[in-house]
Design a protein around this ligand. Structure first.
Ligand code: NAD
Length: 496
């Protein structure tokens, strides 16, 4: 008798307990070798005073089992509550969010019957760092952080995923025509790594046209890799295009832990009625079984599920008037899947999960793909560049002034170390040579650089800040301007 794999299970809020009960019933009937540990998350925990919706005990279980099957939760409205999903993803280092989006036409109506794509979304960085500040009366800031190791891990994951799942093409989507440094890095890492996978073709699309093409011609895509925010948006679009948000699973994978869930929320509008579709969570559990090394069980459930769908066993939101069968409830749908265990679909291509996966061992928390990824990502080391400071951007809160007035005040501070080089407002150069048409707020970025390209140091910046403060200038923050191995590490002002 093989050992049971401990997994952490949360039943969540709204329809969560109903779809989790249905999912666990199928797993049990299919012979999944799992030992669930139940934890409470969501509304009850928020109300108990845990601002992230999860208690310290629950963390103990997650860190012990390293595998989390999670039902949706209801996020309370209002300030003071942190997103549970973002907290879990970042705390457990779940850097890759994998979302397969597949059409089930003609049984689930969709405009795109041939769609079969996988979105690999970076899951920890970008604007989701949650570093936000109100800086002036008018201006709020959210920091976008993109790191080289973060890009390398997710891009590597996408290529390894494509390779091990027999997929042929990987598309990278960024907005590097505008964000040349942050998104530019993501694109650059993608281009660098593509050379290591000659059997996989690649392309890059700017996210706006990429999202448009995804909506109109999804069958031109195979695997898409993209930073966090774009991935969040396009993966919902893609799931919706397949016909129902109730069908899509997602896997959140890290080097040590993984979380599996449906993409939809807690659906409070239908909670308690026994009509929710458990498919998203059930297919997430299939991904989990592959991950913990039980591909045969995963395959049997997935094929039974495909049989149910193609035989017209549909929950209420998928049910079509033309169907000769009545819509089924949550538990009846689960029973229909159980009844079809051991069967393979006749219309859909049967799923196989055996080729790249391995049988369960005592250390079965990483799939073959994850192991490949682990090996390569751990090797990534920071290469320290020759960093030299050549100037500083001083951000200033100054309401009801003109750029010329501010420049007059700041130019008077010119020293041997610094001269005012440029002022921008919302990134657009407004001094020297600004346009009267440019709309200005109370938030100014004032760029100081050393004359004659001299280097500067932190003491020079402190001296500058003292001089600014003495003149009553309200400094919000500074950003050092550095070169790295002689390459400029900062963007020019728009119009500079
Ligand atoms: P939702 O996904 O819960 O519901 C959107 C619509 O889809 C509703 O009409 C709902 O009835 C329907 N729907 C969703 N899942 C379904 C299913 N399995 N079967 C049949 N119909 C289904 O989105 P929402 O209403 O915007 O959010 C409700 C709550 O869920 C909010 O508190 C939100 O913050 C939370 N939420 C949680 C997660 C998560 O825990 N991962 C994700 C998204 C939203």
């Amino acid at each position: 008798m093989k050992e049971l794999t401990p997994i952490t299970v949360a039943c969540g809020d709204g329809i969560g307990p109903e779809i989790m009960a249905a999912t666990l019933a199928v797993l049990d009937a299919a012979g999944a070798r799992i030992k669930p540990e139940f934890i409470e998350i969501g509304q009850s925990q928020y109300l108990a005073g845990h601002s992230s919706g999860i208690s310290p005990d629950a963390w103990d279980s997650l860190r012990r089992t390293k595998v989390f099957l999670k039902a949706p939760i209801t996020t309370p409205q209002g300030g003071g509550f942190k997103s549970l999903n973002v907290t879990i993803r970042k705390t457990l280092g779940l850097y890759a969010n994998i979302r397969p989006c597949v059409s089930y036409a003609p049984f689930v109506p969709t405009l795109h019957p041939d769609m079969n794509i996988v979105i690999v979304r970076e899951n920890e960085e970008d604007l989701y760092a949650g570093i936000e500040h109100r800086q002036t009366d008018d201006v709020y800031q959210c920091l976008k952080l993109i790191t080289r190791p973060g890009c390398e891990r997710i891009v590597r994951y996408a290529f390894e995923y494509a390779q091990s799942h027999g997929r042929k093409h990987v598309t990278c989507m960024t907005k590097d025509n505008i964000m040349k440094m942050t998104d530019g890095l993501f694109h650059k890492v993608f281009d660098e790594m593509a050379h290591e996978y000659p059997a996989i073709s690649t392309d890059h699309m700017i996210i706006d046209i990429g999202a448009a093409r995804l909506a109109t011609r999804p069958n031109r895509f195979d695997v898409i890799v993209t930073p966090n925010l774009y991935g969040d948006i396009i993966s919902d679009i893609a799931a919706e295009l397949t016909g129902s948000v109730g069908l899509a699973p997602s896997a959140n994978i890290g080097d040590q832990c993984a979380m599996f869930e449906a993409i939809h929320g807690s659906a409070p509008d239908i909670a308690g009625q026994g009509i929710a579709n458990p498919s998203g969570l059930l297919l997430a559990a299939v991904l989990m079984l592959v991950h913990i090394g039980q591909p045969a069980v995963a395959e049997s459930i997935h094929n039974a599920w495909l049989c149910a769908i193609e035989q017209g066993v549909h929950s209420a939101e998928l049910h079509q008037q033309t169907s000769h069968l009545a819509a089924v409830g949550t538990q009846a749908f689960a029973q229909a899947v159980i009844d079809r265990l051991g069967h393979v679909p006749s219309h859909f291509m049967p799923v196989t999960y055996t080729s790249n996966e391995r049988e369960e061992t005592n250390d079965s928390h990483t799939s073959t793909i994850d192991k490949g990824n682990e090996r390569k990502t751990v090797a990534a080391k920071t290469v320290k560049a020759d960093k030299q400071m050549v100037g500083v951007d001083v951000f200033v809160h100054a309401p009801n002034v003109t750029a010329d007035f501010l420049a007059g005040q700041l130019s008077a501070l010119t020293t041997n170390a610094f001269a005012l080089q440029m002022i921008t407002n919302r990134g657009v150069k407004v001094w020297p040579g600004g346009f009267g048409e440019t709309f200005c707020t109370d938030h100014w970025r004032c760029r100081f650089a050393a004359p004659n390209n001299q280097l500067i140091n932190h003491a020079d910046i402190i001296g500058l800040l003292q001089a600014l403060t003495t003149r009553g200038i309200d400094v919000i923050k500074t950003e050092n301007l550095c070169t790295f191995n002689g390459e400029r590490g900062f963007a020019l002002g728009q119009g500079q």
